[in-house]
Design a protein around this ligand. Structure first.
Ligand code: IVH
Length: 674
C-alpha cells in the first residue's frame, strides 16, 4: 500500500499536470517550460509505477494509451446527432432567416452565434461526476462507435472537469465536439508517415478519422490530434439557456472552445460575418469549411425543432471547395536530401482559390498505387490554406485508354545509379551518397536556418557550387575560397566577402546545430540537443551503441538505429572528420583546466531577476568559468537559484522545490572574490 504522503503527492502532481496541460494545449499559454513539465510527469510516472494501487484511469498518464482492442463497441447517442443544412450565398441566409421568423411569434427578439465550421470528425463525449467516461464517433447519427481509449490520448480533451479549481462538476454532461489537426501538424505528420512508408491521409479530417479508429491507442497517442468543443447535448447539474452560455460554460469547465465564436443581434451583421469569414478563416491554423450559424436562445431552438436530420435553428454557411479537377500530365520524381525519391504530379495548370497550381505532391509509390493514379488521368487536386497541393484521387470513369500506370524508376532520375526500396518501407532511395541532387538538398539543409544558418547561402548557391564541382560534400563548404567565386556571375567583391565571413562564422555554431545539419534521419533540433547534452560531442555520439543511445531520455529505438546507421557509413564518417579538420566545433567546451578543483564544479544554477552589479550574461559567464552550469528552468536538480531584484516565477518555483536561493554577494563569495 502506498503511504499517505505518496497518495497526496500523486494527487498534487495529477492536479498540477492537468492544469499545465490545460494551459498548454487548450489556452496556449504555458506557465512552465517543457523540461519543467517533464520533471512533474516523470515523478508521477515513477510513483504510479512503484505503487500500482495509486493507478487510476483518469490519471493524465493514462493518455499514453497501450491497450489493444479488437473492435469498437456500438454506442447509442442520447439524442440523434443532427447534421446541418447548407447556405452558400447571402440570399440563402436571408431565406433561412425568413423561414425561422415565420415559425416564431412576430416580434420575437433573435440573437445568433456564429462559430467556425471545423473540418474534423464529430465526437460525443460523456462525463459523469466530472470524469470522462465514454467517447463515441458520430456514426450514422443515432449509433456511433466507442473510441474512448483513443480519445483519452487527445491532449486537449479534459479527462476531468472542471480542469482546475474547486468547483463542483455537473453530475452528468454530454458534449459534442470536433477532433481535428492543425494544418502544420497534418503536413508534418503526413510527410513523416510517407518517409516511414506508412499510410498517408488526403486531408486533416481523414487523418483524424483514421487516427481515432486505430485499434491500438498507442498509435492514436502519437498523433497530434486536438479538440474543439461546441455543443452541450445533455446535462444534469449545468444550466445553459443559450448557445452562448453553453460555450462559456464549456470554456469554464476546461474544454477547448474556439475564440472565434461571436454573438450577434442583427441578421445583417451575421451575413456580413459570413462574407468576411472567407478571409479570416484562411488565417486560422486549422481548416474550416465555413461558419455555423446558430439561433442563440435554447427555448427558441427547441421550439423550432428539426426537419429530417437538420435542425431548423442552425445552418452551415459554406465556401466553395478548394478541390478542382485537372489533367495529370506527367509524374516526375524529385530526390530528397536523404536520397528518397519523391514522386510529384505535373498538372495542367489550374486555379484553386486564386492561386495557379502546376505541381502537387504524390508522396510515394504506394500512395499512387493505392489510388490507381496514372499519367494522363483526370485527377482531383486539393489546395487548402498553406497546405502543399495534393492529388486526392483519379477519376477512372473519365479515362480514354491512353493513360499509363506509374512505375517507380529503378534508377535515380538524376545520377542514374540504382534506386532501392527497402523491405517494409514505402520510400525508394537513391543509394548513391554522392548523388548530385541529393548533395544539393543536403547542402541546402546544412546551411539552412535551423542548422548551420549561413546567411546568403541557399538553394541557388547549393545548386551552383555543386554543379561547378566546388562542393563534393557538405564539409567542402568550409574550404570555399574567395578566388573561386571571383568572376562568377552575380558575385561581386562585397557579396563574396559576406559569404566567406558567414561561412567562417558557422564554424562556431553550437554542436547541436552541427549535428542537426548532418541530416541524420529523425535528428532535428530537439533530438540533437538531447544527444549533445548527454554525450557532449559528435565523436561520443558516433561511438555510442544503439543501446547507449536508447538509454537517453527521449531517444527511441528507431532513432537510435538511425543514428548508428548513419555513423556506420564510411562516407559519413569521412565527412565528419573533414568538418572537424575544417575547424567546425564538434564538442561542447565542458572540460576546463583543473577540472575538479573549480569552486562551482558539479553545481547547477538558474539566474533570475536583476542583479545589483552585473548582467545575467555576465553572471552566467562567471559561473561557467568557475566550473558551474547554468540552465534556464528550475528543477530538483538545480543546486542554486541566483535571484536578483524582481525575481518572479523561478524564485517561487525554487521555494516550492526547496532549492537554495542565493544573491549576487553570496555567489561572489562562493567563487572566491566576494
Ligand atoms: S453544430 C445540431 N457546430 O459540421 C448541431 N457542427 O455539416 C449540429 N461541425 O456533423 C452541429 N464545426 O461535424 C456544429 N461549430 C460547429 C461545427 C460543426 C463543425 C460539423 C459537425 C457536423 C457537420 C455538419
Amino acid at each position: 500500500m502506498a503511504s499517505k504522503k505518496d497518495t497526496a503527492r500523486v494527487e498534487r502532481l495529477r492536479e498540477a499536470i492537468r492544469r499545465h496541460q490545460h494551459l498548454y494545449y487548450v489556452l496556449d499559454a504555458p506557465e512552465i517550460s517543457d523540461a519543467e513539465f517533464d520533471v512533474l510527469w516523470r515523478e508521477l510516472v515513477d510513483l504510479e509505477e512503484a505503487h500500482p494501487d495509486l493507478r487510476s484511469d483518469d490519471s493524465p498518464t493514462v493518455r499514453v494509451g497501450g491497450t489493444a482492442q479488437d473492435r469498437f463497441a456500438k454506442v447509442q447517442h442520447p439524442t440523434p446527432m443532427l447534421s446541418l443544412g447548407n447556405a452558400f450565398r447571402a440570399e440563402d441566409m436571408t431565406a433561412w432567416n425568413e423561414r425561422v421568423l415565420r415559425l416564431l411569434p412576430s416580434g420575437t427578439d433573435l440573437a445568433w452565434v456564429t462559430e467556425p465550421k471545423i473540418d474534423g470528425l464529430t465526437v460525443v463525449l460523456h462525463y459523469e461526476e466530472g470524469r470522462f467516461r465514454l467517447g463515441a464517433t458520430r456514426g450514422d447519427g443515432r449509433v456511433g462507435e466507442d473510441v474512448t481509449a483513443n480519445l483519452r490520448t487527445v491532449r486537449s480533451l479534459p479527462l476531468r472537469i472542471p480542469a482546475s479549481g474547486r468547483k463542483k462538476p455537473p453530475r452528468r454532461l454530454v458534449v459534442r465536439g470536433e477532433v481535428y489537426l492543425t494544418r502544420e501538424d497534418f503536413e508534418r505528420f503526413n510527410a513523416e508517415q510517407a518517409e516511414r512508408g506508412e499510410k498517408t491521409y488526403a486531408n486533416p479530417r481523414n487523418f483524424a478519422a483514421g487516427s481515432l479508429r486505430q485499434l491500438d491507442s498507442a498509435i492514436t497517442a502519437a498523433r497530434p490530434l486536438r479538440l474543439w468543443a461546441y455543443q452541450v447535448i445533455d446535462a444534469d447539474g449545468l444550466d445553459v439557456g443559450s448557445q452562448w452560455e453553453a460555450l462559456e460554460a464549456l470554456r469554464g469547465l476546461g474544454f477547448p472552445v474556439t475564440p472565434e465564436s461571436r454573438r450577434w443581434t442583427s441578421i445583417e451583421n451575421v451575413i456580413a460575418e459570413c462574407a468576411s469569414w472567407a478571409e479570416e478563416r484562411a488565417r486560422l491554423p486549422y481548416e474550416t469549411d465555413g461558419l455555423v450559424i446558430k439561433i442563440d436562445d435554447a427555448a427558441l431552438q427547441e421550439r423550432l425543432g428539426a426537419v429530417g436530420n437538420a435542425p431548423r435553428w442552425a445552418i452551415a454557411y459554406k465556401y466553395p471547395s478548394s478541390e478542382v479537377v485537372t489533367r495529370l500530365e506527367r509524374i516526375g520524381v524529385n530526390v530528397g536530401r536523404t536520397g528518397v525519391l519523391m514522386p510529384f504530379a505535373e498538372l495542367e495548370p489550374v486555379e484553386v482559390g486564386g492561386v495557379t497550381v502546376r505541381n502537387a505532391t504524390l508522396h510515394n509509390e504506394d500512395y499512387i498505387r493505392e489510388r490507381d493514379i496514372r499519367e494522363g488521368d483526370r485527377v482531383v487536386v486539393k489546395r487548402a490554406g498553406d497546405v502543399i497541393p495534393q492529388v486526392l484521387r483519379s477519376l477512372p470513369d473519365l479515362r480514354t485508354g491512353d493513360e499509363t500506370p506509374f512505375e517507380m524508376p529503378r534508377t535515380c532520375p538524376v545520377c542514374g545509379e540504382p534506386a532501392r526500396r527497402l523491405e517494409g518501407e514505402a520510400a525508394t532511395y537513391c543509394v548513391n551518397s554522392a548523388c548530385p541532387e541529393q548533395l544539393v538538398r543536403l547542402v541546402e539543409y546544412f546551411v539552412s536556418r535551423g542548422a548551420m544558418d549561413i546567411e546568403g547561402f541557399g538553394i541557388k548557391q547549393a545548386e551552383l557550387f555543386v554543379a561547378e564541382g566546388m562542393i563534393e560534400d557538405v564539409a567542402d563548404i568550409f574550404s570555399l575560397r574567395a578566388e573561386q567565386l571571383e568572376g562568377m556571375e552575380g558575385y561581386k567583391k562585397r557579396r563574396i566577402d559576406n559569404l566567406i565571413a558567414a561561412i567562417a562564422a558557422a564554424r562556431d555554431r553550437p554542436v547541436s546545430r552541427t549535428l542537426t545539419a548532418l541530416g541524420i534521419r529523425g535528428v532535428g533540433g530537439v533530438v540533437a540537443e538531447t544527444l549533445v547534452d548527454h554525450f557532449g560531442s559528435i565523436e561520443a555520439i558516433a561511438a555510442a551503441s544503439a543501446e547507449e543511445l536508447e538509454a537517453v531520455d527521449g531517444i527511441g529505438p528507431i532513432l537510435a538505429q538511425s543514428v548508428v546507421d548513419w555513423f556506420e557509413s564510411p562516407h559519413n564518417r569521412a565527412v565528419v572528420e573533414k568538418l572537424r579538420k575544417a575547424g567546425v566545433r564538434m564538442a561542447e567546451d565542458r572540460t576546463v583546466p583543473n577540472a575538479g578543483e573549480q569552486p562551482l564544479d558539479g553545481l547547477t544554477f538558474v539566474i533570475t531577476g536583476t542583479l545589483p552589479s552585473m548582467s545575467r550574461d555576465q553572471a552566467s559567464a562567471r559561473i561557467k568559468s568557475a566550473g558551474g552550469k547554468v540552465t534556464s528552468s528550475v528543477s530538483k536538480k538545480t543546486s542554486y537559484v541566483l535571484a536578483g531584484e524582481a525575481a518572479g516565477g523561478k524564485l517561487e518555483k525554487a521555494q516550492k522545490l526547496d532549492v537554495a536561493v542565493i544573491d549576487e554577494a553570496e555567489l561572489l563569495r562562493m567563487i572566491g572574490n566576494g
